[in-house]
Design a protein around this ligand. Sequence first.
Ligand code: E4P
Length: 223
Amino acid sequence: MRIFLDTANIDEIRQGVRWGVVHGITTNPSLVAKEGANFRDRVLEICDIVDGPVSAEVTATDAEGMIEQGEDIRTWHPNVVVKIPTIPEGLTAIKALTDRPDPVTINATLIFSPNQGLLAALAGATYVSPFLGRLDDISHDGMAVVSDLAQIFRVQGIRSNILAASLRAPLHVVRAAKCGAHVVTLPFAVLEQMMKHPLTDIGLERFLADWEASQAEAILQRV
Ligand code: E4P
């Protein structure tokens, strides 16, 4: 399984890459708008930092517009993945952009049901992104979509990657991994929370205190 960061913030991306566990980035129009950066410039800046897939989303809502934007976005950098919303026009665009000798890598976004994920995969998406947290927000079981998609893809031999998105907490990561998600995309805060355990901090503090005490003792014995 791979971990992507769901952010357009350069400091967060640098830190995640420095820790050695971030293999890609997902952005969306809201995340880029929050940074106040030029879209193309920010995506290229991210591609300079991360050696892995970087999703950049189209903003057109008709198939022709999505295809045009997708064709442009794919030329920005070899690692750029074109993110397309899973609506009927989006499926047409996914099919057109992937069913060609030089297929565009697609991340089908805004998936809230197994059927949407199945359709996106059949249209040719490399990544299908179920939004767990937003389903949980409205009292639905977001993880069930990941679990259903994992089973469907396994039974049917579908090779698209399940990219569990809209994660809100470390336990989402554990459950998505157990369900068979190929990728999880996380806000930076969730990545930080994944590493935290009070017993690790207490344990390290005690190891270091014992070490310091033994060093002091050794010095005293020498004098
Ligand atoms: C994924 O590609 C999306 O950008 C993202 O995970 C949405 O998450 P949110 O529901 O926290 O906005």
